[in-house]
Design a protein around this ligand. Structure first.
Ligand SMILES: [Zn+2]
Length: 326
């Protein structure tokens, strides 16, 4: 959760970086400006070797060009490459080299690895709480946050699945699925952070905390999908939720006597350093590895560490509760 929470924080920070830059250098290109919708669709069918993507997009993309605008970039990116110019961004996106039609092969591979890492973390957590640790007389786990982390694991895997799809092919639908999954995960991990850090174990209090947040996140997702995919607004929402949980974990890790708090510290600090990759944005090296791809690489070890913290926490809580019962 911290990991994906961080991921989303960085995603939002990256959106912020783009919002500041706003119009990309390539947007003023006369050829780019001259493209109309049908040309764009034709270019898409042609499947050019260079392509752009982005978690970065500025707000000025009109609805009609959304997604398809990337193809125009593609053509111009290719033209620029041939002229030997340094790559420029179009609509906040770098040109990438495609592999078998995959727009950003490195980001896709890394998203898949993140997905595998989340799956490994979740399965090992499942085995630990259900088969390795003792159960209560009613067959439920001693760990009070089991259900929350199961939902977290599913949302995280869902998030990386759509990230891989989105980086394979950036169109309206894949973009919305990716953004929605990310927002859902970020919102849920904020709920988990509050529950765990404040030791919210009573059912009624949990509902009181979760209900307004779930309502807010649901409304935001519906707004993005069915009213307007507002990148600026989404950035603010993600940044707010991301910073809130980062702060909660950082403060909690600082004051708790938890035996595995150092893992939490590494996740928080490592996440902070990784954020710099999204802020310090550079063009794709050899047309493949950009800052965003590197950032996806950093989340892999952080995910491992994060799930090992959750497993430690489950063990720690179980031992404490059994001792108390005796
Ligand atoms: Zn990504």
């Amino acid at each position: 959760m911290a990991q994906c929470r961080l991921i989303l924080l960085f995603a939002s920070l990256s959106c912020l970086a783009v919002a500041i830059v706003d119009a990309s250098a390539g947007d003023s290109d006369p050829i780019y400006k001259g493209k109309n919708a049908s040309n764009i669709v034709n270019s898409l069918l042609m499947g050019s070797p260079l392509m752009v993507h982005g978690i970065y997009k500025n707000h000025s993309i009109s609805v009609g060009n959304n997604g398809t605008a990337a193809v125009t970039v593609d053509i111009n990116g290719g033209r620029k490459e041939k002229l030997g110019d340094t790559p420029v961004k179009y609509h906040g996106k770098w040109p990438f080299k495609r592999v078998y039609g995959i727009q950003e092969p490195v980001s896709v591979a890394l998203s898949a690895l993140n997905l595998a890492m989340q799956f490994h973390g979740w399965v090992s957590f499942f085995i630990l709480v259900n088969y390795k640790l003792p159960l209560r007389p009613n067959k439920k786990t001693y760990y009070e946050y089991t259900g929350l982390f199961h939902i977290y694991g599913l949302l995280a895997m869902n998030c990386w699945l759509w990230s891989a799809v989105f980086h394979s092919r950036d169109v309206d639908l894949t973009e919305k699925l990716d953004y929605s999954s990310a927002v859902a995960l970020l919102g849920f991990s904020l709920i988990v952070a509050i529950m765990r850090a404040f030791n919210v174990r009573d059912e009624a209090t949990r509902v009181m905390v979760a209900a307004p947040l779930i309502a807010f996140v649901t409304t935001h997702i519906l707004y993005l999908n069915f009213y307007q995919l507002d990148y600026g607004l989404n950035m603010k929402v993600c940044l707010g939720m991301g910073l809130a949980q980062l702060l909660i974990w950082a403060i909690w890790a600082g004051i708790t006597r938890h035996p595995s708090r150092w893992r939490l510290w590494i996740v928080v600090i490592g996440g902070g350093i990784a954020t710099l990759l999204e802020i310090y944005d550079f063009p794709p090296y050899s047309g493949f590895v950009d800052a965003h791809a590197l950032w996806h690489a950093t989340t892999i070890p952080l995910t491992y560490l994060w799930w090992s913290f959750i497993r430690d926490d489950a063990e720690f809580r179980t031992t404490t509760l059994i001792k108390k019962a005796k």
